[in-house]
Design a protein around this ligand. Sequence first.
Ligand SMILES: Nc1ncnc2c1ncn2[C@@H]1O[C@H](COP(=O)(O)OP(=O)(O)O)[C@@H](O)[C@H]1O
Ligand SMILES: [Mg+2]
Length: 300
Amino acid sequence: MDSGTGSHTGDDYNGHGDGDGGMQDGPAPGEAFEEMLEPKLHHRRRRELADGFKKNKVVNEVLDKRTVMTLYKMITDGILSGVNGSVSAGKESLVFWGLGPTGADVALKIYLVSTSNFKRRQAYMEGDPRFASVRGGTRNMVYLWARKEFRNLTQCAEAGIPVPRPIHVANNVLAMEFIDAGHAPGSGIGDDGGGARGRPAAQLLHWPVDYSDYRGALSMLRDMYAKANLVHGDYSEYNIFKVRGRGLVVFDLGSAVDRRHPNARMFLQRDINNITRFFEKKGVSVDDPGRIMEEMTSSS
Ligand SMILES: Nc1ncnc2c1ncn2[C@@H]1O[C@H](COP(=O)(O)OP(=O)(O)O)[C@@H](O)[C@H]1O
Ligand SMILES: [Mg+2]
């Protein structure tokens, strides 16, 4: 699989490589992961395990022991060489900045078992023929959800849709390409050669947007449906990065369902409505969402 940048040839996801990056949500380095970890680990394993985690970098106090062990296994399996710090803390998932075996940045999305809201997620699981036999307790459901996002990313990447390249999934930990702000000369970001590392690219909502962004956002949704057989299910200005020199990148694919899901069309219409509303609010002249829906679903 390539990096996810090159294979796309169709519609314009890549309206702008310039402009103001807007807000940058950065990592918040802080407490030492090992401090949190040490009392929880058996003495026997401590020396062997403590290595991959950088001293004085955050992982997070809310990670339970099993998640920590999953991260360690990813290190001993050679999928990661370390975990640097936290990038985002949502209610049901955390995202960390990790490092791959050769030091490349990796995004680690960790689904929390304790705060998982399965009533909400079940609607996106049942009815998807790819996950026909949904069974088990909350923990298993969370693991399944992580695999679902991994699979959705894989289907999109294979169809040439710009997403973070999926790398690995183990239990509740999903490793994928880290989408950062890019290193444009003169941008003020990354000029020192490393300023942007570990900082996610800004989402669409933080950028000035225009008609080409609107077309690009619709193109990604259309291609997901027509080429990857998926409906995003949570499509919004929050789940699209805009990256200098690369264009739009869609992410947060946990909710994406197979086209055959009985509610697929309802989810697609909602996705179209949401993104339309955003661009309309920004003063972009938008098309009728009903017509867009028709156009997206009639050809494929
Ligand atoms: N592949 C990635 N590269 C860089 N940052 C990421 C990546 N995936 C997620 N993030 C960061 O984590 C935040 C939350 O991720 P998201 O998948 O949207 O989870 P949530 O379910 O909490 O909305 C994003 O807004 C972004 O800042
Ligand atoms: Mg999100």
